[in-house]
Design a protein around this ligand. Sequence first.
Ligand SMILES: Nc1ncnc2c1ncn2[C@@H]1O[C@H](COP(=O)(O)OP(=O)(O)OP(=O)(O)O)[C@@H](O)[C@H]1O
Ligand SMILES: [Mg+2]
Length: 615
Amino acid sequence: MDQVSIEMSSTPRPTMVKSKSQLSLRRSLTITFKDLAYSVTVKKKKMQILKGVSGTVTPGELVAVFGPSGSGKTTLLDILANRKESGEISGAVLINGNEIDDDYKRLCSYVVQEDVLLPTITVRETLRFYADLKLPKSWTEKEKHERIEQILEQIGLSHRADAKIGGVLPGGIVLRGLSGGEKRRVSIGCGLVTSPSIVLLDEPTSGLDTTSAMAVMKTLVELTQQKSVTVICTIHQPRSEIFKLFTKIMVLAEGRLVYYGNRPVEHFTEIGFPFPDQTNPADYILDAVTTIKEEGRADEIADRLQSSYLDQANQESSSTLTQSQLGIINASGKRKINAYNNGLFTQFLVLWKRTGLDFIRNPSNCLVRFAVAVFVGLLFGACFSGLGMDEKGVQSRSAVLFYLVINMILQPFASISLFISKRTLFNAERASKLYHTLPYYLALMFFEILACIGTAFILGTITYWFADLNPGADKYFFAMAILTLAHLAGDFFMLIISCITVQVDTSFAVGAGVATIYQLFAGFFVPINALPKSFEWLHWCNFVYYSFEALMHNEFVGETVNCGQLACPTGRDVLINLGLNNRGKGINLIIVSSFAFAFFTMVFLCLHYFHREKR
Ligand SMILES: Nc1ncnc2c1ncn2[C@@H]1O[C@H](COP(=O)(O)OP(=O)(O)OP(=O)(O)O)[C@@H](O)[C@H]1O
Ligand SMILES: [Mg+2]
């Protein structure tokens, strides 16, 4: 089909790359997709989302994907970015005529629709995080620094480099930071750190005011014109000025490609949709496609398109491919790319640094927990101060030890929302192959464990001192060790629940139920020997019971008790009266440690295998 270029941009010539920090990673890449089809089976019914979508985008082109909601725009980008993890894909995606390989993730950046950024760190720190994880190890500090400054300039945020991203922190605190448009530009900046040759963006301007949208689009135009990057983005109803920036338009309707080229208005006019004067071409195209969809003509138009100029265009663009390369076109378009840019240890160090910053800057992470520990410790002190070893003292000592353990399993409720709130960010970053689950989990747990140790020691020490519990360094440190381990086991247990249930409300409800059962079968309210036989297993698998037993052993065994009329002349008898086991306290320590370790491992497995981002 004869096509005359209208007001849309023309393709600039590629430019040469000068130094490492000036994008030495970049190569000019042409992306070709041939007969892409995608289907999913929902409730045993197969849904064809994309069908026979083909095209070629060359370096320096800025291509917009248009289409009504649900037409398959995001699906197309997901497949081009090699990020579709469910459903069946057929067809091929070729880069300069070759099948995509491990290098693809370095060469192609995908900026998804949602800005998933950590609110507590600054713009520069965010870009640095990406640079540390995505740039090759050979890059020096200076080169990375130069690269980040360059990106800041490119996205027009040099003046906001040290501003925090901002947003809603877990617990509802709002951290003031960037505007929506600035956040969008940071997301784009993150995608540019590796100097990709292909940039895919899903609705880069949605939710932005016209000025911000224009600023984002100008960044993309610069990329194509000055750096000859290949850019494809989906977009909803751009204003005329933005529409003019695109070199080509790809129009989808019900998963079919109904137009691809630089003369969309002429095309739709020719097939029976007159162009009204003074109309935004983007609105006109969308109206035309909606009518095509409603009239059920999408297949007919797409078929005609395929057999006319699209074939011609593809033949032209494919003519440089060798015969063997053309053979690859028929292969399956689905390729798994698993390699990360850095080893697990480097990933851990980078994540450790970011988690540390987040930890320090979000007061709810530790300060609130420590403050609560001080408050509860003082309260315990007021209720149980200066306990003796008489009958009343023994009861109070047992009670304070029990409530110390219970507090250690109730405090972890604070971690649920913190953990869940980071889930979206983690899922998105893991899906873009920034890091593996293990370094993320270890970095997060490093600080979580520190917070648990701090909380257990603060609460335990204050209570120990006020209540005048069994003196002696060995007794004190043993008690602190048990409280810490009980706290860790409780914390990890809550995290397992939050991994499985995902929603904060559900996690709280399930957690509260389980915590109640733990308390009931720990041997304090109902002596173990008074429990119905059928419920016995509930105390055998109850780490609260072992923790309480260890603390009771530590407190009473070997002590002389003045029980008045009660027959309990030794501390050991206090344990026997409650039906507590007579095993050594060291064994209880090992059992509680094993619970903590088992839960720790289970959290990792849940995090790794449950609720992955399914695109
Ligand atoms: N993995 C999947 N499972 C089930 N349905 C899916 C899946 N992926 C895509 N779809 C469906 O395919 C259709 C196209 O989705 P897609 O997100 O690509 O549309 P879109 O053109 O980007 O729409 P919008 O403009 O609203 O973002 C939708 O109906 C969506 O529900
Ligand atoms: Mg979409």
